[in-house]
Each structure stands twice: as structure tokens, then as C-alpha cells.
Design a protein around this ligand. Sequence first.
Ligand code: MLT
Length: 264
Amino acid sequence: MRTDVNGITIAYNDRGTGLPIVFFHAFPLNRNMWAAQEEVLSARFRIISIDLRGHGESDAPLWHYTLEQSADDVHALLNQLAIRQALFVGLSMGGYILFAFYRKYATSVKGLILADTRAQADTTEGKNGRFQMAQTAYKKGPSSIADIMIPKLLSPATIRTKPEIVRNVRAMIEGNQVSGIAGDLMAMAERPDSVAFLPQITCPAQVIVGELDQATPPSDARLMAELIPNAQLATIPDAAHLANLEQPDTFNQIVAAFALDLQQ
Ligand code: MLT
């Protein structure tokens, strides 16, 4: 489905009925990364997955990007869908956007699932890396970004033994426009540190991390689970950064259990 918000067209899926669960994807992917969640969880819940500004089938304007703008896009979309409160799931960049969303729209958040993400801002070295990646995207195109990102997103075992997952991730990355890739690299580089904000998150929260995640390792997940007052932590074995793609059944069980608790 498609709709216009804040001057651009946003693509999204809306499937099922019940408690709305809104999914924010990772960088530099799109809403297809949630296909296995949508398939299973839409039997019990209303699943909304969104191509965030700059990704997938949504517009990728050549302009300044911020994570707050992505949060505003989602809020405008939810207003159009008449959804006043939801459970939000954000993986990695999706988690960074959830922090921005919660800062502005806490009353819309019934619960939070922060998966394979972190509250810390980028280090100087991290920011420099994003600048270099934006230059690479501009000079060599999205497939060069897939070459760099795939070993950071998936475990060595997945890369070796599950070519269909690797193909799917590569297709999502290559489907992006350079304007969106560079825009979100800038937005992530500029994001504020959220560690001091964690104690102000008062809704129920579930933190999830793949035990092999090197991009946002289990120590980052533990920090969030310790500092968010009402949070619990789940570690998924045999998964790296894209834990929902590598271990969809375990990921779905954690989301479903948390959502059912929230409904009561
Ligand atoms: C992501 O998966 O969204 C990215 O790895 C996040 C990041 O680069 O910090």
C-alpha cells in the first residue's frame, strides 16, 4: 500500500487484526525484512511494516535526513490509519528511530521491542565510517554497500549455508537509491546519545539480541535492559545482527509472548 505523508510517498503493509504492531526495519534494508514476522504474527495481531523514508518503495528525496523526520512520517501514517497506540518493534536503525519516536510521541507507545540496536551515539570513528560509506555509495552504487554490509548483518554460518537469505538481503540493499542510503547514514551519524534517556522510558520494553551480533553486541543490549525500568532481555542463539531473519521462529515467539502480555 502507499500513502502520502510530509510531502513524500511512503509504502507499507497492513495485515491482520488485533493489537497493532508496527515494525521499523534496519539500515539499509526495507519492510520485506519483516516478511516472516508478518506471515506468522498477522494471524493474531495487526502487523504494519513500513519502508522508512529513503528505503524500498518509499520515496528517497535528495535532501537532509533525520531520524526525527522518519519518526514524524510514521506518526503521520498512523494518524491516517486511525491507530492511536501500538507496540513498536525496531531493529538496529529501526531502534534508533524508536528512540526518536518515543521522545516525541510517548503516548502513542504501548510497548517497545528494541532488537539488535544500541542507545549510544556514534563515536568519532563511527561517524567517519558513515561518511566513507556515503562516498562509496555515491561512487560505486548500492551493490558496493551490500558487499560491505552483508558480513556485518549475517553470521558466517548463515552466509555459508543459507544463500537464499543472503540473496534476499542483497536484493533489499540493491533496491535502495543512493540518496536514501547517504541520507540515512547522515541521520544516524547525527543522532543523539540515548543512554541518559533510557530511564525515562516507562512503557514495558523487550530487548532482543542475536548472541553473535557484532554490530550491536549483547553488551549493548544488556545496557538497555538494565537502564530501561520495565525491560526484559532475550538473547537468541545462532543469530547475528539480523536475528529476525536468521532465527525467525524464536524471534516471532518472543514478539508474540510480549504482545500477548501487553494485551492483558
Ligand atoms: C542497521 O542494521 O540498521 C545498521 O547496522 C545500524 C548502524 O549502522 O548503526
